[in-house]
Ligand binder design. Sequence first.
Ligand SMILES: Nc1ncnc2c1ncn2[C@@H]1O[C@H](COP(=O)(O)OP(=O)(O)O)[C@@H](O)[C@H]1O
Ligand SMILES: [Mg+2]
Length: 415
Amino acid sequence: MPTQNLDDFFNVDSSASLIKDWKYFDDDFLPEVLHHREDKLEKIAKHLSTAFTQQTKLNPLILVGTPGTGKTACLKKIHEVVSRNASKMKKPIKVFYLRVGNMNSSTLYRYIANDIRTDGKFTPKGGQGGVYEKQRTIEKFLDLIGESATGGKFHYIIIFDEIDKMLMRERKNLSKSVAVNPLHYFQCIELKHSICSIVCALNDIRCISRLDSSTSSRFKAITITYPKYNADELKDIIQDRIDKALMPDSVSGGAVSFLSSRMADRSGDCRETLSILKQAIIDGQESNATMIEESHIREGEKKFKRITLLTQYNSLPLHYRLILKSVLQKWLDNKKREIESQYVYDYYKTLCTHLRQKEDPLESRTVWEYVNTLQQMGFINVRKRGLGRGLGVSNFLSVTPETLTIMGEIENEEE
Ligand SMILES: Nc1ncnc2c1ncn2[C@@H]1O[C@H](COP(=O)(O)OP(=O)(O)O)[C@@H](O)[C@H]1O
Ligand SMILES: [Mg+2]
């Protein structure tokens, strides 16, 4: 057998690479300039700047917009600029940026308390085993900012990013005790010395309208809406990244226009747009393309969707998977035609009882909520349709083409 020449692997021509610097495509890369968000940044900065001149609580500020519209990017910029100016001008202002989407509220309070503890003034003793009881942590926390460590007066500006996710997830707990709702807490508490103002970013405004009345009556928020990016805006943003990250003439003008108008039509989501572009570049680079073209973008999009769906599937809790499996099975049984939701529910109940470790099926109402979530995630389609004359309407389910393509891989893995 001839010996392979391993040297060939290292004989790479770096001038053939399309990429100058990948860091501009990192998930947490924060660009110097946020195109088409100048007005939003100015509004937020102006609002918060009053904390530099007046010693009063600010109205809560809420940034609302669908994913990928630049809320987090703006908040990180604002965090940086307010902190920098507060310390430059020696103002007693502390800004916290907290991405709370995956936190529960007790973790959140502990997190803030620990941060403030770096002043050496807050040392809550844990309950059993060092685990703070939620209410107790909050009381301690209140004590702390109320008395404000140094005895001085601080203005705490707390930025809650993705707060809707926390509120939705903790809906049940929070309705039992409004006191643990961070929005209620930080907005309604009267501190003895200090002041606390909040800024929130969220996708789903319903979490605000669902606030209890005692919170909402005192929650006179200023809302800044983040619209979806249009095609021209997306084009500017991606062209800027391309210029920074890639060698000149690495992406055709046609590919940029195609991607930006396609994504503006779909979601106006800048994160998704950049991810698809990144995938297209990786694939193009691998196939030694000298320029990224529309065809690479199309392939990149498919691959990106597949990977996203697969990742989402892997973190789906058991009952979501069972429901999805039921939709898929009944839809296949029905020769890939939409299937009425009742048949899916019946099948799901059977699946639950046939598991190695039996599971009690969820109530149909809950299953229906899960079906809606699966639809939002892009696994299935739901359509209301009449059942025939005088028989009313029902929901009909089918799986998306993307789900079908990943299902084979999933089945193999789970065997
Ligand atoms: N105006 C913009 N200019 C440049 N990049 C942007 C802009 N808006 C968003 N991005 C980028 O798009 C991605 C998603 O934005 P992000 O602020 O996280 O959206 P959101 O928080 O609204 O879901 C980030 O990588 C961000 O850097
Ligand atoms: Mg965000």
